[in-house]
Design a protein around this ligand. Structure first.
Ligand SMILES: [Zn+2]
Ligand SMILES: [Zn+2]
Length: 317
């Protein structure tokens, strides 16, 4: 069975990502406008008819869109949000339309099943937008079959051991690499905004995110975490090459081979197709290289540039 994970847009101007198994897709956040969402879904071979549910991280404007909520209401697509999100959105016309149709489902901090067999585990984040969560998403598991797992965490000012534990052993790991601390400090932005972004209820810096990645890799089996996706990069206070370098150091120190992708505001990127990796025991022991799990197949456009360092692939396009 093949799965797809595509970031449709990531950054302060709008966030949405698709996790799909065969015909059914789960959308994480609805922060792109209706037209943009349709375009980005089409660009990764999908459309509205594939969406079986939307899960919401929080209610900041770059993660919600009233037009998308209306589109969901027309098509009967449920929205999974936290009870606190309900209060923040109850004046939004699109949200009200969903609510009238009984399509708003509330989650708490416990795992739940979304339509089409997606298991969703909320992961607590620390942010100033009301209750905020990342997700551990799983699909495709059967009685004798390992499924796949995707970790997705953005919009958090800090993390703790429980965060790393929740994201352990995923196949694709998406983590916010929001800003470079020095670029943030010297950005010329209002001091209150700088303090907010650097604070425990703001966003993860490249360094904080790299430390989280290190911690997750150290706890994970060697045949997991084939892809690392850097999310929510700041336009003003970060550069993909800086974030990729910090992430690359964390991966190199782990001794693993992981494809690293820097998501961006546009176009949709990366667009990965992957399946469960075989057990590490499957690979013949043959020196250090055989102890490094092979990355799952990644569908890459020809324009993607891939750098290579020993034990590390960087994809920076
Ligand atoms: Zn936010
Ligand atoms: Zn955001």
């Amino acid at each position: 069975m093949t799965f797809q994970f595509a970031v449709l847009g990531s950054g302060s101007k709008g966030n949405s990502a698709l996790f799909r198994q065969q015909g059914a897709g789960l959308l994480i956040d609805a922060g792109l406008g209706v037209r943009l969402l349709a375009e980005r879904l089409a660009s990764v071979g999908s459309d509205w008819s594939h969406l079986s549910a939307v899960v919401l991280t929080h209610t900041h404007g770059d993660h919600v869109d009233t037009g998308v909520f209306r589109g969901m209401a027309r098509r009967g697509i449920p929205l999974y949000c936290h009870e606190g999100h309900h209060q923040n959105l109850d004046r939004d016309e699109g949200f009200k339309a969903l609510d009238r149709l009984g399509l708003v489902r509330c989650y708490d901090d416990r795992p739940f099943m979304a339509p089409s067999g997606f298991r969703v585990e909320p992961v607590t984040a620390w942010h100033d937008g009301g209750p905020t969560f990342g997700f551990r998403l799983e699909a495709g598991a059967g009685r004798k079959r390992r499924g796949v797992a995707v970790g997705y965490l953005t919009d958090t000012g800090t993390w703790c051991d429980a965060t790393a534990d929740a994201l352990v052993d995923v196949d694709v790991l998406g983590v916010e690499f929001n800003h470079d601390v020095m670029m943030q400090r010297t950005s010329g932005r209002h001091p209150a905004l700088i303090a907010r972004n650097l604070g425990d209820r703001g966003h993860l810096s490249n360094r904080q995110a790299a430390d989280l990645v290190s911690s997750i890799l150290a706890r994970s089996r060697r045949d997991r975490v084939s892809h690392l996706v850097l999310l929510h990069l700041s336009d003003q206070c970060n550069r993909p090459e800086i974030a990729l370098r910090e992430a690359g150091e964390a991966v190199r120190e782990s001794g693993r081979q992981v494809l690293i992708h820097a998501a961006r505001q546009a176009p949709a990127h990366p667009d990965l197709s992957f399946g469960p990796t075989r057990s590490a025991a499957y690979w013949k022991p043959h020196g250090a290289a055989s102890r490094t799990a092979r990355p799952s197949s990644a569908r890459r456009r020809p324009s993607d540039a891939c750098g290579f360092l020993p034990g590390l692939n960087l994809e920076s396009s």
